[in-house]
Design a protein around this ligand. Structure first.
Ligand code: NAP
Ligand code: GDD
Length: 326
């Protein structure tokens, strides 16, 4: 029997790749969209398969429990992927209450709806390496057992969601798993995240459409993988025979400065001529270094990434060169 999945955040970066993957696997995929005044822009990441009969979209919002109940009643999903969030860390300092409501309480709304309507469904929660804050194990990695000490309103909200998922798993026997994913990127990444901002602005500079790139903290390091690889991990997590929590990462970390140097050199540009920093783009508290150990995921679920940092950044730069050359 074909399975049915519900994805919150289907029109985001990860939701769009996950929907494609699940449709390829023969799933019927339901996705929720929150209301937006410009409906045309909202679905650009999924427009290429919008007319697939196995894709069904409904308006609903993580802040509106009744809307979640309504969608679960009609979709009757076997698997639920909770990807919706206010996912931008710096903006979470500007909108801490909204971020806590959507990224934290929104998850609880969904769990309550699941408990009422479809308690046998398997739930994936999009947890984040931002939850670790600046805690690092002695060997330089973060893993499932690393204590969580978040340094942003977004990170605090994600820790609440992570904990409430574990609590509902233990209290009510629900199948709820956390994927603790390190940063993952793609040409579909919002262009206000650093990888896609650098790729987009460098392509514009190369084509003579701009000549400067302004960044915040370039000393921070991140463990960057490709979203296409990471949505496969989400699916594997829900196919496991028991609910559990898994880190997903590449185990390789680079600084933002290294990212800039790599992209500019790939375009034969000199970053010193074009790149500067501005205080307004720094965060009140910064997560300095991320490097994940995903041995558990590799050993138990057999996950392996296809992309490298370099092949991913090359793809993103090429996307923007093509976009601005049309
Ligand atoms: P994204 O591109 O920002 O997508 C977020 C999605 O959530 C969008 O579809 C957005 O819809 C939707 N959304 C926001 N508020 C909502 C609400 N109140 N009700 C319903 N939907 C709402 O994020 P992403 O990069 O795909 O990440 C997916 C999830 O993984 C997020 O929870 C993120 O926090 C988490 N995560 C991401 C990473 C990463 O590196 N990408 C790493 C770890 C964890 P609109 O676009 O219409 O606003
Ligand atoms: N966005 C942004 N813009 N970040 C910048 C800039 C800039 O102009 N300049 C420097 N940075 C630095 C940030 O300070 C941070 O140290 C690093 O680049 C990465 O920033 P983002 O790309 O915004 O990602 P993030 O690490 O804060 O958060 C992402 O990864 C988390 C997982 O660790 C998001 O996708 C979160 O939703 C996700 O949970």
């Amino acid at each position: 029997m074909n399975k049915t999945a519900l994805i919150t955040g289907i029109n985001g970066q990860d939701g769009s790749y996950l929907a494609e993957l699940l449709i390829e696997k023969g799933y019927t995929v339901w996705g929720i969209l929150k209301r937006n005044s410009v409906a045309e822009n909202q679905t650009y990441r999924i427009d290429q398969f919008r007319n697939n009969p196995n894709l069904k979209l409904e308006y609903a919002d993580l802040l509106d429990l009744a809307s979640l109940v309504r969608v679960l009643q009609i979709a009757k999903p076997n698997e639920i992927y909770n990807l919706a969030a206010q996912s931008h860390v710096r903006i979470s300092f500007d909108q801490p209450i909204y971020t806590s409501q959507v990224t934290g309480i929104g998850t609880l709304n969904l769990l309550e709806a699941v408990r009422l309507i479809c308690p046998n469904a398997r739930v994936y929660q999009a947890s984040s390496s931002e939850m670790f804050g600046n805690n690092i194990d002695e060997d330089g990695y973060q893993r499932e057992t690393t204590p969580m000490n978040p340094v942003s309103p977004y990170g605090c909200a994600k820790v609440f969601s992570y904990n409430i998922c574990r609590n509902y798993r233990n209290s009510y026997g629900l199948f709820i798993s956390n994927g603790i994913l390190f940063n993952h990127e793609s040409p579909r990444r919002g262009s206000n995240f650093v990888t896609n901002k650098v790729a987009k602005e460098a392509a514009k500079i190369k084509l003579g459409l701009s000549d400067k790139l302004v960044l915040g903290n370039t000393e921070a390091t991140r463990d960057w993988g490709h979203a296409k690889d990471y949505v496969k991990a989400m699916w594997l997590i829900l196919q496991h025979d028991q609910a559990d929590d898994f880190v997903c990462a590449t185990g390789i970390s680079h600084s933002v400065q290294y990212l800039v140097d790599y992209v500019f050199q790939s375009l034969n540009l000199d970053p010193q001529k074009h790149v500067s920093t501005a205080e307004r783009l720094f965060r009140p508290e910064e997560l300095k270094n991320l490097k994940g150990d995903c041995s558990k995921m590799k050993n138990i679920l057999g996950w392996e990434p296809v992309y490298t940092f370099e092949s991913m950044m090359d793809e993103m730069v090429q996307h923007w060169l093509d976009f601005y050359s049309k």
